[in-house]
Design a protein around this ligand. Structure first.
Ligand code: ADP
Length: 440
Protein backbone atom coordinates (compact mmCIF):
# COMPACT_ATOMS: atom_id res chain seq x y z
CA UNK A 1 0.00 0.00 0.00
CA UNK A 2 1.25 3.49 -0.97
CA UNK A 3 1.88 5.94 1.90
CA UNK A 4 -0.48 8.88 2.37
CA UNK A 5 1.70 11.84 1.29
CA UNK A 6 1.24 15.62 1.72
CA UNK A 7 0.08 15.71 -1.91
CA UNK A 8 -2.68 13.20 -1.15
CA UNK A 9 -3.65 15.25 1.87
CA UNK A 10 -3.83 18.46 -0.22
CA UNK A 11 -5.97 16.76 -2.88
CA UNK A 12 -8.35 15.32 -0.25
CA UNK A 13 -8.71 18.71 1.48
CA UNK A 14 -9.29 20.49 -1.84
CA UNK A 15 -11.88 17.87 -2.88
CA UNK A 16 -13.76 18.56 0.37
CA UNK A 17 -13.42 22.35 0.75
CA UNK A 18 -13.47 23.49 -2.94
CA UNK A 19 -17.18 22.53 -3.52
CA UNK A 20 -18.00 24.20 -0.16
CA UNK A 21 -16.27 27.43 -1.24
CA UNK A 22 -17.92 27.41 -4.70
CA UNK A 23 -21.38 26.71 -3.19
CA UNK A 24 -20.82 29.38 -0.50
CA UNK A 25 -19.85 31.99 -3.07
CA UNK A 26 -22.73 30.98 -5.32
CA UNK A 27 -25.34 31.26 -2.56
CA UNK A 28 -23.48 34.11 -0.88
CA UNK A 29 -23.13 32.32 2.44
CA UNK A 30 -19.41 31.37 2.32
CA UNK A 31 -18.79 32.00 6.04
CA UNK A 32 -21.69 29.89 7.25
CA UNK A 33 -20.94 26.99 4.86
CA UNK A 34 -17.19 27.00 5.71
CA UNK A 35 -18.03 26.95 9.44
CA UNK A 36 -20.40 24.04 8.87
CA UNK A 37 -17.76 22.21 6.81
CA UNK A 38 -15.09 22.79 9.55
CA UNK A 39 -17.48 21.52 12.16
CA UNK A 40 -18.32 18.42 10.06
CA UNK A 41 -14.58 17.87 9.43
CA UNK A 42 -13.77 18.00 13.16
CA UNK A 43 -16.65 15.67 14.06
CA UNK A 44 -15.47 13.24 11.38
CA UNK A 45 -11.89 13.28 12.80
CA UNK A 46 -13.14 12.89 16.38
CA UNK A 47 -15.23 9.92 15.33
CA UNK A 48 -12.17 8.03 13.99
CA UNK A 49 -10.00 9.22 16.88
CA UNK A 50 -12.59 7.73 19.21
CA UNK A 51 -12.54 4.45 17.20
CA UNK A 52 -8.73 4.31 17.37
CA UNK A 53 -8.64 5.13 21.07
CA UNK A 54 -11.26 2.49 21.76
CA UNK A 55 -9.30 -0.11 19.82
CA UNK A 56 -5.99 0.80 21.43
CA UNK A 57 -7.19 0.70 25.03
CA UNK A 58 -10.35 -1.40 25.30
CA UNK A 59 -10.77 -3.63 22.27
CA UNK A 60 -8.96 -6.97 22.70
CA UNK A 61 -9.27 -7.82 18.98
CA UNK A 62 -6.18 -7.74 16.79
CA UNK A 63 -8.29 -6.58 13.82
CA UNK A 64 -8.04 -2.82 13.35
CA UNK A 65 -11.16 -0.65 12.90
CA UNK A 66 -12.12 0.43 9.39
CA UNK A 67 -11.51 4.05 8.38
CA UNK A 68 -11.76 6.38 5.43
CA UNK A 69 -9.23 8.40 3.48
CA UNK A 70 -6.29 9.48 5.68
CA UNK A 71 -7.70 7.52 8.63
CA UNK A 72 -7.75 4.36 6.50
CA UNK A 73 -4.09 5.00 5.71
CA UNK A 74 -3.26 5.61 9.35
CA UNK A 75 -5.00 2.32 10.30
CA UNK A 76 -3.16 0.48 7.53
CA UNK A 77 0.11 1.91 8.78
CA UNK A 78 -0.68 0.69 12.30
CA UNK A 79 -1.63 -2.70 10.89
CA UNK A 80 1.73 -2.97 9.08
CA UNK A 81 3.58 -1.99 12.24
CA UNK A 82 1.61 -4.57 14.21
CA UNK A 83 2.50 -7.30 11.67
CA UNK A 84 6.19 -6.37 11.74
CA UNK A 85 6.21 -6.36 15.54
CA UNK A 86 4.43 -9.72 15.66
CA UNK A 87 6.93 -11.27 13.22
CA UNK A 88 9.89 -9.90 15.17
CA UNK A 89 8.42 -11.22 18.40
CA UNK A 90 7.92 -14.67 16.86
CA UNK A 91 11.48 -14.69 15.50
CA UNK A 92 12.81 -13.69 18.90
CA UNK A 93 10.70 -16.31 20.66
CA UNK A 94 11.99 -19.01 18.34
CA UNK A 95 15.62 -17.90 18.92
CA UNK A 96 15.04 -18.01 22.68
CA UNK A 97 13.31 -21.42 22.37
CA UNK A 98 16.24 -22.78 20.35
CA UNK A 99 18.74 -21.40 22.88
CA UNK A 100 16.70 -22.80 25.74
CA UNK A 101 16.36 -26.24 24.12
CA UNK A 102 20.10 -26.20 23.36
CA UNK A 103 21.08 -25.34 26.91
CA UNK A 104 18.65 -27.90 28.33
CA UNK A 105 20.31 -30.55 26.13
CA UNK A 106 23.78 -29.73 27.51
CA UNK A 107 25.47 -32.35 29.60
CA UNK A 108 26.62 -29.63 32.05
CA UNK A 109 24.66 -27.47 34.45
CA UNK A 110 24.66 -23.80 33.42
CA UNK A 111 23.84 -20.77 35.59
CA UNK A 112 23.96 -17.17 34.40
CA UNK A 113 24.49 -14.58 37.11
CA UNK A 114 25.11 -10.86 37.17
CA UNK A 115 28.46 -9.42 38.21
CA UNK A 116 26.97 -8.49 41.60
CA UNK A 117 26.12 -12.19 42.18
CA UNK A 118 22.36 -12.12 41.48
CA UNK A 119 21.20 -15.22 39.58
CA UNK A 120 19.61 -14.47 36.23
CA UNK A 121 18.95 -17.86 34.67
CA UNK A 122 19.82 -21.56 34.90
CA UNK A 123 19.12 -24.76 33.03
CA UNK A 124 17.30 -27.65 34.70
CA UNK A 125 20.41 -29.80 35.11
CA UNK A 126 22.02 -27.10 37.28
CA UNK A 127 18.94 -27.09 39.52
CA UNK A 128 19.12 -30.86 39.81
CA UNK A 129 22.87 -30.82 40.55
CA UNK A 130 22.71 -28.05 43.15
CA UNK A 131 19.24 -28.78 44.48
CA UNK A 132 17.53 -25.43 44.01
CA UNK A 133 14.08 -24.81 42.58
CA UNK A 134 12.80 -22.51 39.92
CA UNK A 135 9.27 -21.37 40.65
CA UNK A 136 8.28 -20.81 37.04
CA UNK A 137 7.35 -22.77 33.96
CA UNK A 138 9.28 -20.79 31.41
CA UNK A 139 13.04 -21.09 31.38
CA UNK A 140 13.31 -17.39 30.72
CA UNK A 141 11.01 -15.97 33.32
CA UNK A 142 12.85 -13.36 35.33
CA UNK A 143 10.83 -14.22 38.41
CA UNK A 144 12.46 -17.62 39.04
CA UNK A 145 15.52 -17.54 41.31
CA UNK A 146 16.43 -14.14 39.94
CA UNK A 147 18.03 -11.95 42.50
CA UNK A 148 19.20 -14.77 44.80
CA UNK A 149 22.93 -14.61 45.37
CA UNK A 150 25.01 -17.19 43.49
CA UNK A 151 27.01 -18.05 46.63
CA UNK A 152 23.82 -19.24 48.36
CA UNK A 153 23.77 -22.26 46.00
CA UNK A 154 26.95 -23.82 47.41
CA UNK A 155 27.51 -22.74 51.03
CA UNK A 156 31.27 -23.29 51.03
CA UNK A 157 34.00 -20.67 51.66
CA UNK A 158 36.18 -22.23 48.93
CA UNK A 159 33.37 -21.67 46.44
CA UNK A 160 32.98 -18.04 47.53
CA UNK A 161 36.73 -17.42 47.20
CA UNK A 162 36.73 -19.14 43.80
CA UNK A 163 33.96 -16.87 42.48
CA UNK A 164 35.77 -13.81 43.83
CA UNK A 165 38.94 -14.75 41.93
CA UNK A 166 36.86 -14.72 38.72
CA UNK A 167 39.53 -16.55 36.75
CA UNK A 168 38.22 -18.29 33.58
CA UNK A 169 41.21 -20.67 33.46
CA UNK A 170 40.71 -21.96 37.00
CA UNK A 171 38.36 -24.80 37.96
CA UNK A 172 37.18 -25.89 41.40
CA UNK A 173 36.12 -29.37 42.49
CA UNK A 174 33.75 -29.70 45.43
CA UNK A 175 31.33 -32.35 46.71
CA UNK A 176 27.76 -31.67 45.65
CA UNK A 177 25.81 -29.75 48.34
CA UNK A 178 22.97 -32.30 48.10
CA UNK A 179 24.59 -35.64 47.13
CA UNK A 180 27.69 -36.07 49.31
CA UNK A 181 29.10 -38.84 47.07
CA UNK A 182 28.94 -36.68 43.95
CA UNK A 183 31.89 -34.56 42.89
CA UNK A 184 31.21 -31.36 40.93
CA UNK A 185 33.64 -29.28 38.93
CA UNK A 186 32.89 -25.55 38.66
CA UNK A 187 34.24 -23.09 36.12
CA UNK A 188 33.31 -19.45 35.53
CA UNK A 189 33.53 -17.46 32.34
CA UNK A 190 32.51 -13.98 31.21
CA UNK A 191 29.11 -13.94 29.49
CA UNK A 192 27.30 -11.05 27.79
CA UNK A 193 27.71 -7.60 29.33
CA UNK A 194 28.48 -7.63 33.08
CA UNK A 195 27.34 -11.26 33.42
CA UNK A 196 29.07 -14.51 34.31
CA UNK A 197 28.38 -18.10 33.29
CA UNK A 198 28.89 -20.76 35.95
CA UNK A 199 29.36 -24.23 34.43
CA UNK A 200 28.79 -27.21 36.71
CA UNK A 201 30.11 -30.60 35.57
CA UNK A 202 29.63 -33.93 37.32
CA UNK A 203 33.16 -35.42 37.43
CA UNK A 204 32.41 -38.25 39.88
CA UNK A 205 33.04 -41.07 37.39
CA UNK A 206 36.19 -39.44 35.92
CA UNK A 207 37.67 -39.03 39.36
CA UNK A 208 36.71 -42.61 40.34
CA UNK A 209 38.47 -43.94 37.22
CA UNK A 210 41.48 -41.73 37.89
CA UNK A 211 41.59 -42.95 41.46
CA UNK A 212 41.44 -46.59 40.28
CA UNK A 213 44.28 -45.99 37.82
CA UNK A 214 46.38 -44.31 40.51
CA UNK A 215 45.74 -47.07 43.03
CA UNK A 216 46.62 -49.70 40.48
CA UNK A 217 49.91 -47.97 39.62
CA UNK A 218 50.74 -47.34 43.28
CA UNK A 219 49.98 -51.00 44.17
CA UNK A 220 52.00 -52.42 41.28
CA UNK A 221 54.94 -50.16 42.12
CA UNK A 222 54.71 -51.09 45.78
CA UNK A 223 54.60 -54.80 44.95
CA UNK A 224 57.62 -54.42 42.65
CA UNK A 225 59.69 -52.71 45.33
CA UNK A 226 60.11 -55.78 47.59
CA UNK A 227 61.38 -58.26 44.93
CA UNK A 228 63.68 -55.55 43.52
CA UNK A 229 65.20 -54.88 46.96
CA UNK A 230 65.75 -58.63 47.47
CA UNK A 231 67.34 -58.86 44.01
CA UNK A 232 69.62 -55.89 44.74
CA UNK A 233 70.67 -57.44 48.05
CA UNK A 234 71.62 -60.76 46.44
CA UNK A 235 73.51 -59.02 43.60
CA UNK A 236 75.55 -57.07 46.16
CA UNK A 237 76.38 -60.28 48.09
CA UNK A 238 77.41 -62.07 44.88
CA UNK A 239 79.51 -59.06 43.76
CA UNK A 240 81.43 -59.20 47.05
CA UNK A 241 82.21 -62.88 46.54
CA UNK A 242 83.63 -62.47 43.01
CA UNK A 243 86.91 -61.23 41.66
CA UNK A 244 86.36 -57.65 40.41
CA UNK A 245 88.03 -58.31 37.06
CA UNK A 246 86.15 -61.52 36.22
CA UNK A 247 83.53 -61.60 33.44
CA UNK A 248 80.85 -62.63 35.97
CA UNK A 249 81.60 -59.53 38.10
CA UNK A 250 81.16 -57.29 35.04
CA UNK A 251 77.83 -58.97 34.25
CA UNK A 252 76.73 -58.58 37.86
CA UNK A 253 77.74 -54.91 37.78
CA UNK A 254 75.42 -54.33 34.78
CA UNK A 255 72.68 -56.26 36.60
CA UNK A 256 73.23 -54.03 39.63
CA UNK A 257 72.99 -50.85 37.53
CA UNK A 258 69.77 -51.98 35.86
CA UNK A 259 68.09 -53.03 39.11
CA UNK A 260 69.07 -49.64 40.61
CA UNK A 261 67.44 -47.94 37.62
CA UNK A 262 64.32 -50.02 38.10
CA UNK A 263 64.25 -49.18 41.83
CA UNK A 264 64.59 -45.46 41.02
CA UNK A 265 61.82 -45.72 38.42
CA UNK A 266 59.50 -47.50 40.87
CA UNK A 267 60.22 -44.79 43.48
CA UNK A 268 59.46 -42.02 40.93
CA UNK A 269 56.18 -43.70 39.88
CA UNK A 270 55.15 -44.00 43.53
CA UNK A 271 56.03 -40.35 44.19
CA UNK A 272 54.06 -39.23 41.13
CA UNK A 273 50.95 -41.20 42.10
CA UNK A 274 51.21 -39.82 45.67
CA UNK A 275 51.52 -36.25 44.36
CA UNK A 276 48.62 -36.76 41.93
CA UNK A 277 46.45 -38.16 44.71
CA UNK A 278 47.32 -35.46 47.23
CA UNK A 279 44.60 -32.88 47.81
CA UNK A 280 45.27 -29.25 48.50
CA UNK A 281 48.40 -28.04 50.29
CA UNK A 282 48.67 -29.08 53.96
CA UNK A 283 48.61 -25.70 55.68
CA UNK A 284 49.45 -27.12 59.12
CA UNK A 285 53.03 -28.05 58.30
CA UNK A 286 55.90 -25.59 57.90
CA UNK A 287 58.79 -26.80 55.78
CA UNK A 288 62.23 -25.45 56.60
CA UNK A 289 63.24 -24.77 53.00
CA UNK A 290 66.72 -23.30 53.78
CA UNK A 291 67.63 -26.52 55.67
CA UNK A 292 66.17 -28.67 52.89
CA UNK A 293 68.17 -26.77 50.30
CA UNK A 294 71.35 -27.27 52.34
CA UNK A 295 70.80 -31.05 52.15
CA UNK A 296 70.04 -30.86 48.42
CA UNK A 297 73.19 -28.74 47.92
CA UNK A 298 75.33 -31.39 49.62
CA UNK A 299 73.74 -34.15 47.55
CA UNK A 300 74.18 -32.12 44.32
CA UNK A 301 77.89 -31.56 45.10
CA UNK A 302 78.29 -35.30 45.74
CA UNK A 303 76.41 -36.16 42.49
CA UNK A 304 78.55 -33.84 40.36
CA UNK A 305 81.84 -34.29 42.20
CA UNK A 306 83.61 -35.83 39.19
CA UNK A 307 82.51 -33.09 36.77
CA UNK A 308 84.19 -30.07 38.33
CA UNK A 309 80.95 -28.11 38.39
CA UNK A 310 80.65 -24.71 40.03
CA UNK A 311 77.51 -24.94 42.16
CA UNK A 312 76.20 -21.82 43.88
CA UNK A 313 73.21 -21.64 46.24
CA UNK A 314 71.72 -18.23 47.07
CA UNK A 315 69.10 -18.96 49.73
CA UNK A 316 67.02 -16.60 51.88
CA UNK A 317 67.64 -18.15 55.33
CA UNK A 318 64.26 -17.01 56.68
CA UNK A 319 61.94 -18.05 53.90
CA UNK A 320 59.91 -21.20 54.67
CA UNK A 321 56.91 -22.82 53.07
CA UNK A 322 53.63 -24.38 54.14
CA UNK A 323 53.05 -27.90 52.86
CA UNK A 324 54.42 -31.41 52.66
CA UNK A 325 58.21 -31.71 53.02
CA UNK A 326 58.45 -34.78 50.79
CA UNK A 327 56.68 -32.98 47.94
CA UNK A 328 58.68 -29.76 48.21
CA UNK A 329 61.89 -31.76 48.40
CA UNK A 330 61.03 -33.72 45.27
CA UNK A 331 60.29 -30.48 43.34
CA UNK A 332 63.51 -28.70 44.32
CA UNK A 333 65.73 -31.79 44.20
CA UNK A 334 64.46 -32.85 40.77
CA UNK A 335 65.31 -29.45 39.27
CA UNK A 336 68.73 -29.26 40.94
CA UNK A 337 69.72 -32.87 40.07
CA UNK A 338 68.60 -32.36 36.47
CA UNK A 339 70.89 -29.32 36.25
CA UNK A 340 73.77 -31.40 37.65
CA UNK A 341 73.01 -34.33 35.34
CA UNK A 342 72.55 -32.31 32.15
CA UNK A 343 75.40 -29.82 32.61
CA UNK A 344 78.70 -30.97 31.14
CA UNK A 345 82.00 -30.95 33.06
CA UNK A 346 83.26 -27.57 34.34
CA UNK A 347 79.83 -25.98 33.87
CA UNK A 348 78.14 -23.79 36.44
CA UNK A 349 74.81 -23.98 38.24
CA UNK A 350 73.08 -21.31 40.29
CA UNK A 351 70.14 -22.02 42.59
CA UNK A 352 68.13 -19.11 44.04
CA UNK A 353 65.38 -19.16 46.71
CA UNK A 354 64.26 -15.64 47.58
CA UNK A 355 61.28 -13.41 48.30
CA UNK A 356 60.25 -11.72 45.11
CA UNK A 357 58.49 -8.38 45.76
CA UNK A 358 54.68 -8.84 45.92
CA UNK A 359 54.62 -11.97 43.71
CA UNK A 360 55.82 -14.62 46.22
CA UNK A 361 58.64 -17.09 46.84
CA UNK A 362 60.89 -17.32 43.79
CA UNK A 363 62.85 -20.53 43.14
CA UNK A 364 65.11 -20.87 40.13
CA UNK A 365 67.82 -23.19 38.86
CA UNK A 366 70.03 -21.79 36.12
CA UNK A 367 72.72 -23.80 34.37
CA UNK A 368 75.02 -23.18 31.42
CA UNK A 369 74.64 -26.73 30.11
CA UNK A 370 73.64 -27.95 26.64
CA UNK A 371 70.19 -26.38 26.76
CA UNK A 372 67.01 -27.78 25.21
CA UNK A 373 65.66 -27.20 21.69
CA UNK A 374 62.48 -25.06 21.62
CA UNK A 375 60.28 -27.86 20.17
CA UNK A 376 60.90 -30.07 23.24
CA UNK A 377 60.13 -27.44 25.89
CA UNK A 378 56.29 -27.73 25.86
CA UNK A 379 56.55 -31.54 26.26
CA UNK A 380 59.12 -31.71 29.05
CA UNK A 381 56.51 -32.05 31.82
CA UNK A 382 54.74 -34.96 30.08
CA UNK A 383 55.21 -38.35 31.69
CA UNK A 384 58.23 -40.31 30.40
CA UNK A 385 59.24 -37.53 27.99
CA UNK A 386 62.96 -37.39 27.47
CA UNK A 387 64.81 -35.18 25.01
CA UNK A 388 67.64 -37.61 24.48
CA UNK A 389 66.78 -41.14 25.58
CA UNK A 390 70.35 -42.43 25.63
CA UNK A 391 71.56 -39.44 27.66
CA UNK A 392 68.76 -39.79 30.15
CA UNK A 393 69.53 -43.48 30.47
CA UNK A 394 73.17 -42.60 31.30
CA UNK A 395 72.01 -40.26 34.05
CA UNK A 396 69.47 -42.82 35.31
CA UNK A 397 66.59 -40.54 34.26
CA UNK A 398 63.07 -41.90 33.90
CA UNK A 399 61.36 -38.90 32.29
CA UNK A 400 59.07 -38.54 35.32
CA UNK A 401 60.95 -35.87 37.28
CA UNK A 402 59.43 -32.77 35.66
CA UNK A 403 55.98 -34.41 35.67
CA UNK A 404 56.26 -34.71 39.47
CA UNK A 405 57.39 -31.07 39.65
CA UNK A 406 54.44 -29.87 37.53
CA UNK A 407 51.85 -31.80 39.56
CA UNK A 408 53.20 -30.67 42.90
CA UNK A 409 53.32 -27.03 41.80
CA UNK A 410 49.71 -27.26 40.60
CA UNK A 411 48.67 -27.81 44.25
CA UNK A 412 50.25 -24.43 45.01
CA UNK A 413 48.43 -22.86 42.05
CA UNK A 414 51.68 -22.09 40.27
CA UNK A 415 53.48 -23.19 37.13
CA UNK A 416 56.94 -24.32 36.19
CA UNK A 417 58.57 -21.84 33.78
CA UNK A 418 61.22 -23.21 31.46
CA UNK A 419 63.58 -21.00 29.46
CA UNK A 420 66.32 -22.65 27.47
CA UNK A 421 68.63 -21.99 24.56
CA UNK A 422 70.54 -24.74 22.80
CA UNK A 423 74.23 -24.54 23.64
CA UNK A 424 73.72 -21.78 26.23
CA UNK A 425 71.88 -23.37 29.13
CA UNK A 426 68.52 -23.54 30.83
CA UNK A 427 66.50 -21.88 33.53
CA UNK A 428 63.76 -23.71 35.46
CA UNK A 429 61.80 -21.49 37.83
CA UNK A 430 58.52 -21.02 39.67
CA UNK A 431 56.91 -18.53 42.05
CA UNK A 432 54.96 -19.82 45.06
CA UNK A 433 52.09 -17.46 46.02
CA UNK A 434 52.64 -15.36 49.13
CA UNK A 435 49.82 -17.12 51.03
CA UNK A 436 52.00 -20.27 51.32
CA UNK A 437 55.11 -18.43 52.60
CA UNK A 438 56.28 -18.15 56.19
CA UNK A 439 59.17 -15.91 57.26
CA UNK A 440 60.97 -17.02 60.44
P1 ADP B 1 64.64 -37.37 33.57
O1 ADP B 1 64.33 -38.29 34.68
O2 ADP B 1 64.87 -38.06 32.26
O3 ADP B 1 65.67 -36.37 33.91
P2 ADP B 1 62.77 -35.19 33.70
O4 ADP B 1 61.30 -35.23 33.59
O5 ADP B 1 63.37 -34.72 34.97
O6 ADP B 1 63.26 -36.65 33.32
O7 ADP B 1 63.33 -34.32 32.52
C1 ADP B 1 62.84 -34.51 31.20
C2 ADP B 1 63.88 -34.19 30.17
O8 ADP B 1 64.17 -32.81 30.21
C3 ADP B 1 65.20 -34.86 30.46
O9 ADP B 1 65.23 -36.13 29.86
C4 ADP B 1 66.20 -33.93 29.83
O10 ADP B 1 66.40 -34.27 28.47
C5 ADP B 1 65.52 -32.57 29.86
N1 ADP B 1 66.10 -31.72 30.93
C6 ADP B 1 65.64 -31.54 32.18
N2 ADP B 1 66.38 -30.66 32.85
C7 ADP B 1 67.35 -30.24 32.02
C8 ADP B 1 68.44 -29.32 32.09
N3 ADP B 1 68.70 -28.62 33.22
N4 ADP B 1 69.22 -29.15 31.00
C9 ADP B 1 68.97 -29.81 29.86
N5 ADP B 1 67.96 -30.70 29.70
C10 ADP B 1 67.16 -30.92 30.76
Amino acid sequence: MKPFTAKHQAVALSAFYLPVIILGMFFNCLKELLLLAFFGHIVWHYYYLYKLNNWLWFNKSTILPKGQLDWQHAFNGLHNMQQRYRKRRNDLASIIRRFSEGSEALSDGVIVYAKNGGIVWSNRLAQFQLGFKRNDKSAFSRKEIYGEHITSLVPNPEFVAFLKRDNPVETLELPSPIHADQLLEFSVMPYAKHKRLLIVRDVTSYRAMDEMRRHFIANVSHELRTPLTVLQGYIEIMEMQLDEKSQQAKTLHILDQQTSRMCALVEQIMTLSKVEGAGSVDLDMIVNVPMLLKQIENEARELGKNKGLTIEFDVNPKLRLLGDEMQIRSVMANLVYNAVNYTPANGSIKVVWCLSCKTGGHFSVVDNGDGIAAEHIPHLTERFYRVDESRSRDTGGSGLGLSIVKHTLSHYGCELKIKSQLGEGSQFSFIIPTRYLVEK
